[in-house]
Design a binder for this molecule. Structure first.
Ligand code: ZN
Length: 183
């Protein structure tokens, strides 16, 4: 089912997600709705907060973005990440590394808005999948950026909070009001 995406000042967007202790039918159903909603909106990712649920859960699909490459390694071996998409990750533990790269980002919860966001180029991830297994991998590029963006959502952090100063200053007043400092 395609769900309404929460936007701007919706309180769910500032809610920290709860851990998911078990893959139940409800979790599987939420995941299916998140994937459907993400695809309908042409998004690269969607977090549970964006459908109003405070959970540590997000969906990703970067397989269509040929002009912004991604890479993934499992056990140190290059992995065909496209075959894993759409991917739903829960309870993600993410370690970032590599150079800090400033690139443009958008967000389905902030239609029409884009901003330059500095983020490390690479991530090391340990997360629960819908199959109930722990998936460990490393990723680079757009996939690493999308994971960091979605992980932020599950902690109530938004991309506007991380925008470079020039972009923050250029945001319209109603967006500036929603920005929070990251401690
Ligand atoms: Zn977003």
């Amino acid at each position: 089912m395609i769900l309404e995406i929460t936007t701007f000042d919706h309180p769910a967007l500032r809610a920290r997600g709860a851990r998911i202790s078990e893959i139940t039918d409800r979790i599987r159903s939420i995941a299916a709705d998140m994937i459907e909603t993400m695809r309908d909106a042409d998004g690269l990712g969607l977090a549970a907060q964006q459908i109003g649920l405070p959970l540590q859960m997000f969906a990703l699909d970067v397989s269509q973005m040929k002009n912004r490459p991604s890479a993934m390694w499992i056990d140190g071996r290059p992995t065909d990440f496209e075959s894993l998409m759409p991917l739903v990750l829960m309870n993600s533990e993410v370690e970032t590394f590599g150079d800090l790269l400033v690139e443009g980002e958008g967000c389905l919860s902030f239609p029409e808005l884009s901003a330059d966001i500095p983020r490390p180029f690479s991530v090391r991830v340990k997360a629960l999948t819908l199959e109930g297994v722990i998936l460990e991998f490393e990723a680079d590029g757009l996939l690493a950026r999308a994971i960091q963006h979605e992980l932020d959502h599950t902690r109530g952090i938004l991309f506007i909070d991380r925008a470079v100063e020039d972009d923050r200053n250029a945001f319209p007043p109603d967006i500036r009001r929603l920005m929070r400092s990251i401690s």
